[in-house]
Design a protein around this ligand. Structure first.
Ligand code: FMN
Length: 216
């Protein structure tokens, strides 16, 4: 792909939250996930797993599970301090029920050589605990999953699909892991809802000068 074509795909991708009532062929999903697996990942351990749900009943159960937790936490008295924000989030929490596809992205634990060393020493060494806290502040496994999800969204965009990265449904992590038959020793990181788009939203970005600094 030419640089310009890559830039076009990157810039055309927007989070899509409305989909056509049209199934996505499994082969299209498989090709996109295959591309996602080319993402960079810690030590090339490839600890990601993807569970693609096209079964309507299961997607509705997933959405119901998320909505139930969203309803519960929205009713907690602490939410009275931000009622509009809480209600907006509650209403917004399970719109993925209308998606033709919902993919659970899982990742297994990753231990680098340094992690193993630090874990072996953490009980007896303050410095090991401090360095371990740095590692835990940005887990390699989560970074790897994020790289795969980004690649997946771009692959969907290139294939004419529209998708959205969903972190909020993790409020129902346990219920979702059960519904998705979570792969052994893998933890749910997020969902990706996808389908053929029924909207084409525009969103801007801050100018690069605002977010980039050079140290020369
Ligand atoms: C880690 C992460 C979690 C996200 N979680 C949600 C979510 O739970 N619900 C949602 O509607 N969008 C979610 N999004 C999508 C963002 O809202 C979206 O990427 C952002 O508003 C920028 O819009 P764009 O993707 O169209 O450029 C998430 C994105 C990321 C990267």
């Amino acid at each position: 792909m030419e640089g310009d074509a890559l830039a076009a795909v990157i810039k055309a991708r927007r989070s899509i939250r409305k989909w056509q009532d049209r199934p996505v062929p499994e082969e299209v999903l498989k090709q996109a996930v295959e591309l996602a697996t080319w993402a960079p990942n810690g030590g090339n351990y490839q600890g990601w797993r993807f569970v693609a749900v096209t079964n309507r009943t299961v997607i509705v159960r997933m959405a119901d599970a998320v909505q139930a937790v969203a309803d519960t936490i929205s009713a907690w008295p602490e939410g009275a301090s931000w009622p509009e924000e809480v209600e907006k989030a509650r209403k917004h929490s399970s719109y993925f029920r209308n998606a033709p596809v919902c993919i659970g992205v899982f990742v297994s634990r990753y231990l680098s050589a340094a992690d193993k060393l630090l874990l072996a020493r953490e009980q007896i060494d303050e410095e090991a605990r401090r360095i371990l806290s740095y590692r835990r502040s940005a887990p390699t496994a989560i970074q790897s999953a994020a790289a795969a999800v980004t690649t997946l969204l771009l692959a969907f965009q290139a294939a004419g699909l529209g998708a959205v990265w969903l972190g909020a449904p993790l409020i129902a992590k346990r219920e979702l892991e059960t519904l998705l038959n979570a792969p052994a020793e893998a933890s749910l990181v997020c969902l990706v809802a996808a389908g053929y788009p029924a909207e084409s939203p525009r969103r801007d970005r801050r100018p690069v000068e605002e977010v980039l600094e050079f140290i020369r």
